[in-house]
Ligand binder design. Structure first.
Ligand code: ATP
Ligand code: ZN
Length: 293
């Protein structure tokens, strides 16, 4: 029996969980999750959200049990789902859950670099990515696989170094460790199954992917409006952060134009001060709620 509702797999509990659900909510999916529910039924679209461990998401999408998923690039890469995998399309990076897989050593370590780990033990939950990294550098070290609490390995003298996910570095610091090398950069990403879908579901999948793209593209963007003397236009346009060609509208007042632009980068007070000094007036910066390009 073919399903008539699209399934998207997200992490139930952990660092990806809240971000995934809030992204789906911003893409217009009306869901009210309860903690114990594994399958959330979206009320306003034919979509169900399956909440699972992040380690299972890629496999569910690969075999078509779910059409879409949100998962970290690190997990995909470790499990061997690369860019050209036959069963999964890696769609948009989502700009959240940014982290990096790093090699770290005790703060007291006085080796000159990664080469000094030759013949030593490195503890990690990412043996495949670590091995690929070491092989590429012709470095031989023993990989000690651990499923969690990797950061305690040096203190317990289980390993000389660790290879673990880091974002702010606070966990490393709290455990007396320092990062010396980056193995893999990661963020959450949308993935899609390559299994064929009935046209109606394919349409829902495409709409959802497009909406998620829009939500991600809108993140942090601002709409800026100002009035400017026409002859200061080039200077003012150059000051607008991350804006494409702005819209320029003539004003009733002689030699004055209104300038409207979408800014992809932060608009700081310094930017406004610079615009003002260049002759701009009535400067408005407003958040963008939705955008479809
Ligand atoms: P699960 O129970 O679902 O298996 P988990 O313990 O494997 O959860 P989490 O710690 O919740 O996983 O991390 C999930 C994902 O979040 C990671 O695979 C990674 O993509 C991202 N992530 C991990 N650590 C960080 C971090 N420090 N900062 C930002 N993102 C991170
Ligand atoms: Zn996991």
């Amino acid at each position: 029996m073919t399903r008539d509702r699209l399934r998207i797999a997200v992490q139930k509990k952990g660092r990806l969980a809240d971000g995934s659900l809030s992204l789906l909510a911003r893409a217009g999916l009306n869901v009210k999750p309860r903690d114990d529910e594994l399958l959330l039924r979206v009320k306003n679209l034919p979509i169900d959200i399956l909440r699972v461990r992040d380690d299972d998401i890629a496999a569910f999408v690969a075999d078509g049990a779910c059409e879409l998923g949100i998962v970290g690039l690190n997990t995909l890469a470790e499990d061997g789902y690369g860019e050209d995998h036959p069963e999964i399309d890696i769609l948009a990076p989502l700009g959240v859950a940014r982290c990096a897989l790093k090699i770290a050593v005790p703060e007291s370590w006085n080796g000159a670099g990664i080469g000094d780990l030759a013949g030593k033990r490195i503890a990690t939950s990412y043996p495949r990515l670590l091995k690929r990294f070491l092989d590429a550098r012709g470095l031989e070290a023993s990989i000690i696989e651990m499923t969690g609490s990797v950061e305690v390995a040096p203190r317990l003298q289980l390993a000389a170094a660790i290879c673990d996910l880091v974002s702010t570095g606070a966990t490393l610091e709290a455990n007396g460790l320092k990062a010396i090398e980056t193995v893999f950069e990661s963020e959450a990403t949308l993935i899609r199954s390559r299994c064929a879908l009935p046209p109606a579901l394919d349409d829902v999948a495409q709409r959802l992917a497009r909406r998620i793209d829009s939500v991600v593209a809108t993140e942090g963007t601002k709409y800026i409006m100002l009035n400017a003397p026409r002859d200061a236009l080039a200077q003012i346009t150059a000051l607008l952060p991350g804006a494409g060609a702005p819209t320029v509208i003539p004003l009733a007042r002689e030699n004055q134009v209104a300038v409207h632009a979408v800014c992809q980068e932060s608009v700081f007070w310094e930017t406004l001060e610079g615009l003002k000094a260049a002759g701009a007036s009535a400067i408005l910066v407003v958040p963008i709620e939705k955008m479809m390009l």
